[in-house]
Ligand binder design. Structure first.
Ligand code: DX5
Ligand code: ZN
Length: 229
């Protein structure tokens, strides 16, 4: 995985057809997805439950780009090896999920993955001040995690602050929640480069009608680049 700050669109398969993940992943990639975002929820850290490492491992052969696994689980550390074995490229843990995020990030890298840290809307940018050299991605939640289709919470000042703190380190800023062609330019302008979008990508499309995914992805990308009309 090489590093750049180009805008990357990462559709969240939380909004895909749960009976058809393989084909949905192939469809979004064929339609221009840069990364595939996989939301793991445990019904404990967040009030919703999705899938675990066995399902993520089954997704792996379908993902030709980057498998970006967002853990909304607590505890994290005892599952790191399982997600490495499942083939995650990026593994992101929430800073709020336990007392030892520093150790968690070290363990994710030691297991051979890129290490991400996610911040809930109520968590300040300063919380990652001592983690910047241990992380490859900071995920700024623009909704309270747990469900797709929620209303965007404006975190642009936090994004700007993080962009400054990161400086020239190779650390992505990822935005997760309520990203669509209206909100994408706000977060891109503030310094984000990875845009997760669930409902705004899958809305109106299907594996039988995948062109809609392509149109939705393009609209978000063009909006982020300031070229959407
Ligand atoms: C929220 C998840 C998101 C979610 C985004 O808890 O982490 O990845 O799928 O969904 P939208 O884009 O619909 O807000
Ligand atoms: Zn997510």
């Amino acid at each position: 995985m090489s590093f750049d700050r180009q805008i990357k669109i990462a559709p969240s398969i939380l909004s895909a057809d749960f009976a058809n993940f393989g084909q949905e992943i192939q469809a979004i990639e064929a339609q221009g997805a840069d990364w595939v975002h996989v939301d793991v929820m445990d019904g404990h850290f967040v009030p919703n439950l999705t899938f675990g490492p066995m399902a993520v491992k089954a997704f792996r052969p379908h993902v030709k780009t980057v498998m970006d696994v967002h853990l909304m689980i607590s505890p994290v550390d005892s599952y790191i090896d399982a997600y490495a074995d499942a083939g995650a490229d990026v593994l992101t843990a929430h800073i709020e999920a336990g007392p030892h995020i520093h150790r968690t990030l070290q363990a994710i890298r030691a297991a051979g993955m890129k290490a991400g840290v996610a911040l809930n809307p109520g968590t300040p940018a300063e919380a990652v001040a001592h983690l910047l050299d241990l992380t490859d991605l900071i995920c700024v939640m623009t909704v309270n995690p747990g469900f797709g289709g929620q209303k965007f919470i404006d975190m642009t000042s936090k994004i700007r602050q993080l962009r400054q703190m990161i400086g020239d380190r190779p650390v992505h800023i990822e935005i997760d929640g309520g990203v669509d062609p209206k909100t994408a330019p706000l977060v891109a302008e503030a310094g984000a480069d990875v845009l997760v979008a669930g409902s705004a990508v899958f809305r109106g499309g299907s594996v039988e009608n995948p062109d809609v995914y392509g149109k939705n992805i393009k609209e978000i990308r063009d909006a982020a680049k300031g070229t959407w009309v």
